[in-house]
Write a protein that binds this ligand. Structure first.
Ligand code: ATP
Ligand code: MG
Length: 572
């Protein structure tokens, strides 16, 4: 009945496995590259909610800071007004905290550096290392060349320093339309690394920024803003994902040319890809905006907010990130590892309770009308420290429809006509009569007898009763809505389907059951609290829609990996 066999992937939380990034840091400590300092940052752009991929980066950056007694800043990398908002900032702050990390008073915004960045740009212009280019975006792309062909120099590349200073100032002053001018670094149009072919540093954007309002109409590009933000904050190790590998020379170029006082080391690692889901903010926004899910915190979303609402714990997510580890090569991590981590954590944490999802009424014919007994039920059979509670038993009960079969197949040890089964913590009952709906033939009620000598004890005559099922008393249970969540996509790699990805949404990712009955102890369960409905799965009280008047439970995870079983069957 309880989860078993979770030791196969044992790795304690306290042992931090080393990885290539920690090896680099160890080396820097040995050679005193940063005077013994370790300072990292987590730099999300507030243009969406954080997802499980971000959690990997959060755990890595904050985890390193904790391990090396350094520091990790939370920096909102908000240099593009498009799509950024305070709502996203608030969600990011909440999610990183919830994951268990702390940045003390080091909450920073790249937008706070705008003035400083502008002056760095002016410095590069003055040194002849940046110029205002008036090609259109299409022309700039054309001039850039390809992997096999060198780029072409812009006709504006040799503008005088004075003209560049004047134009850049007027760009800032708002004299020009969007797209008419950009500021570019003067590097090398023939560089084999396309990133180095005079990259754009600033562009004009006439959009209101959620923090700086309309103060600015030019905004710095990522490559220019990021390295300088890191340097301003005296970051030692600027950890980012693999797609920025080609940008590292540019990261270093800006810092070198500006003779920045502090020159952090950029290190790239492989981003997390997870099966049966998508982890790109653009895709997630599409799911939200087109109504495929109910919001960023829909329990099917791979967002931290969605997983929290689904009942995932910070410990489970952190443990998952530790097991995934950090590598230099991308791969697709099986979502069943994440599900395994949450089961393993909830197995320890979640009190056991009884709830019937698809009720079948059972009347105990020989049980006295009006009698009520209270049975002591353990909250966690393996952990007596979690205590016990009383569950009421009476003449009319509900059991799971699934736990009765009119024509029981082989190896079915639950209830059938004339058969006996044990009610968990209670009596052995025997099915003596079946009431069916005249019209549909559906079984609507069972009549049973109970054996008074079997309360939590084996039958004294030694007869064997193999099956044990859960139940609730009709008068001592409360109604509940239960949402059975499943994987959001029906195929392992929806991200590989490009823009077609929504075609592969799992049509059964949510099943809502509205006539469930749960033991009355749950009537006052706190929002978000986890439970294991015995034999059914791990659930949590929905923090948004549940109230003491109308309970709503979200399924966090099944007791076992049902997908593995399905694919096992398919393989046979
Ligand atoms: P997305 O690709 O989802 O749009 P992003 O990289 O644009 O994400 P940012 O807000 O810029 O999102 O990310 C903040 C930090 O999180 C960055 O350092 C980024 O490298 C890291 N990050 C984002 N996605 C992942 C992922 N799937 N795995 C690991 N780290 C990630
Ligand atoms: Mg980004």
């Amino acid at each position: 009945m309880e989860e078993e066999g979770t030791n196969s992937m044992t790795q304690t939380n306290s042992t931090i496995p080393s990885d290539f990034i920690r090896e680099i840091i160890d080396e820097h400590l040995r050679t005193n590259r940063f005077q013994g300092r370790v300072a990292t940052r987590f730099p999300p752009e507030p243009n969406g909610y954080l997802h499980i991929g971000h959690a990997k980066s959060v755990c890595l950056n904050f985890g390193i800071a904790v391990q090396y007694r350094g520091s990790c800043n939370l920096r909102l990398d908000d240099t593009d007004p498009t799509g950024e908002s305070q709502e996203y900032v608030d969600s990011i702050v909440q999610d990183v905290k919830w994951l268990g990390f702390d940045w003390d008073d080091r909450l920073y915004y790249a937008s706070d550096y705008y003035e400083q960045l502008y002056h760095y740009a002016v410095q590069l212009i003055k040194e002849g290392k940046a110029y205002v280019c008036s090609l259109s975006a299409d022309e700039i792309r054309e001039y850039r060349g390809t992997l096999t062909e060198p780029g072409k120099e812009s006709p504006y590349r040799n503008r005088s320093i004075e003209e560049n200073l004047d134009l850049f100032k007027r760009m800032r002053a708002g004299e020009f339309e969007e797209g008419t001018h950009v500021l570019r670094a003067k590097i090398d149009m023939a560089s084999p690394n396309i990133t180095m072919r005079d990259p754009v540093m600033y562009r004009i954007k006439r959009e209101t920024h959620y923090r700086t309002g309309d103060e600015w109409c030019i905004y710095p590009m990522y490559d220019f803003a990021h390295c300088l933000s890191d340097s301003i904050e005296k970051i030692t190790h600027s950890i980012c994902t693999l797609e920025f590998e080609n940008n590292r020379p540019l990261y270093d170029w800006f810092l070198d040319e500006l003779k920045a006082e502090y020159h952090p080391q950029q290190i790239e690692f492989a981003r997390l890809n997870l099966s049966y889901t998508v982890l790109s903010k653009r895709r997630l926004i599409e799911l939200v905006e087109r109504g495929y899910v109910t919001g960023w915190n829909d329990p099917r979303m791979p967002t931290i907010a969605g997983m929290r609402r689904r009942g995932y714990t910070p410990e489970a997510i952190r443990n998952f990130c530790a097991r995934v580890g950090v590598a230099k090569k991308e791969n697709l991590v099986d979502i069943s590892l994440l599900e395994h981590c949450v089961r393993e954590d909830l197995n320890e944490r979640a009190p056991r309770v009884m709830g019937v999802l698809r009720p079948l009424r059972v009347v105990i014919d020989n049980y006295p009308e009006g009698k009520v007994e209270e049975f002591e039920c353990s909250n966690h059979p393996q952990n007596p420290g979690m205590g016990s509670r009383k569950v009421s038993f009476s003449k009319v009960l509900y059991i799971e429809q699934d736990d009765f079969h009119q024509d029981p197949p082989k190896k079915y040890y639950r209830l059938g006509p004339g058969r006996e089964v044990r009610l968990r913590y209670s009596y052995v009952i025997k099915c003596v009569n079946i009431i069916k709906d005249d019209r549909t033939g559906e079984v609507v009620e069972l009549h049973c007898t109970y054996d008074p000598e079997t309360q939590n004890a084996p039958p004294p005559d030694g007869r064997k009763v193999e099956g044990v099922i859960h139940w609730v008393s009709a008068n001592h249970s409360v109604p509940a809505v239960v949402r059975l969540y499943d994987r959001l996509f029906g195929i392992p790699d929806p991200a590989a389907e490009g823009d077609e990805f929504t075609k592969y949404l799992n049509p059964r990712s949510l099943e809502t059951l509205t006539s469930c009955r749960v033991e009355s102890n749950l009537a006052s369960a706190a929002p978000g609290s986890p439970v294991q409905f015995e034999r059914v799965g791990y659930f949590c009280v929905d923090p948004v829609d549940s109230s003491t008047k109308a309970l709503v439970f979200n399924r966090t995870a099944t007791l076992r990996d049902s997908w593995a079983r399905i694919s096992d069957k398919e393989r046979k």
